[in-house]
Design a protein around this ligand. Structure first.
Ligand code: ATP
Length: 325
């Protein structure tokens, strides 16, 4: 039994079909990222999996249970990282973690958890005085205090500084190693590329691509480099035997396997012209490129409503302050 099963899920807000038949699953010990542009239906999907919204059609199971009708049974076994809020403003991080821990039969050690998310030095600071990144780390701690089997992490690194990102990444890796199923949503695709085992890309309420990391990026490899803008790419293409393109000014893509001979030719071509080589990156396409190809401007259905959806009737209410308890 997968930890999370989503089968042809449909969720509507009035006449707006926010989720239009999404299907995917996730196993224990797996990190699955749900990606999509703004308004794609990620939050609606995750809120349905968390039991905060009812499916209009389709089937959703978490640990084999229905998150809407079995919400009470699931609550102690599922961790939810709230986007913000849900904590008394004057409560310290330490007290919040202890309080949330008291809801569970066998919680994690609060002090260890506070250290794990890097809040040791501000453990006594009231919530409202914590920085945005610190509040986010606390939200992560609260999602994990009950030793969940499934963790929903919505933008876990939003507003978190580089050191904090590493801490969050380490926490996610430790969850996976511990057999937890992690459902991650994020707009930070480099982060996702590092962390996720599988990726589900949604747009207009539908899955437009899904697969393991690497599969999704396709088998073909490429070379990317940076140099001064406006290189004579026709000449360089002829030299390399591949059609070089310039994306953003000064960033170049060579769609060919990045074998050493190709890299040597590129370096020689630049050296002959006394040009500097900037970033050099070899490998598969970046997740960001795949994402933009599938969901970016100009993609059918991305802007013309061809998915059959109507315009948003209203904005969703804020998740601020919402808590499962
Ligand atoms: P983002 O990346 O911006 O958080 P998302 O992929 O999470 O977006 P959702 O929040 O699920 O997208 O929204 C999907 C669609 O449903 C959007 O068009 C949004 O405006 C609409 N929507 C969300 N919540 C409500 C609501 N409570 N009432 C009406 N429409 C809503």
């Amino acid at each position: 039994m997968p930890a999370v099963e989503v089968d042809r899920l449909v969720v509507r807000y009035g006449s707006l079909v926010a989720v239009d038949g999404i299907t995917f699953d996730a196993d224990f010990g797996e990190v699955v990222a749900l990606l999509g542009p703004n308004g794609a239906g990620k939050t609606t999907t995750v809120e349905t999996l968390e039991g905060f919204r009812r499916a209009d059609a389709g089937r959703v199971r978490i640990l084999g249970l229905d998150p809407w009708s079995d919400h009470t049974k699931l609550t102690p076994r599922v961790g939810v990282l709230l986007q913000r809020g849900g904590i008394y403003p004057i409560m310290s991080a330490e007290r919040a973690v202890r309080l949330f821990g008291a809801y569970y039969e066998d919680p994690r050690d609060p002090d260890e958890l506070i250290d794990l998310v890097g809040l040791g030095s501000v453990a006594r600071t009231p919530y409202k005085r914590l920085s945005g990144g610190e509040q986010q780390r606390l939200a992560l701690a609260l999602a994990l205090i009950g030793k969940p089997r499934v963790a929903f992490l919505d933008e876990p690194t939003a507003g978190v500084d580089p050191a904090g990102r590493i801490a969050v990444r380490d926490v996610v890796v430790a969850l996976r190693t511990g057999g937890v199923c992690v459902i991650l949503t994020s707009h930070e695709l480099d982060e996702v590329q590092r962390l996720a085992d599988r990726v589900v890309i949604v747009d207009h309420g539908r899955v437009v691509a899904a697969g393991r990391q690497g599969e999704l990026q396709g088998g073909s490899e490429e070379l990317r480099f940076a140099a001064e803008p406006g290189l004579a790419i026709g000449d360089l293409s002829a030299r390399l035997g591949a059609r070089v393109t310039e994306g953003p000014p000064g960033e170049y893509l060579v769609p060919a396997p990045p074998v050493p001979a190709l890299v040597a030719e590129l370096a020689a071509w630049l050296a002959e012209r006394d040009l500097q080589l900037g970033d050099l990156r070899a490998g598969r396409q970046r997740l960001e490129d795949v994402f933009l190809k599938l969901t970016g401007p100009g993609v059918a259905g991305a802007a013309d409503g061809s998915s059959g959806r109507t315009s948003p009737a209203s904005k969703r209410p804020s998740r601020r302050g919402r808590t499962r308890r």
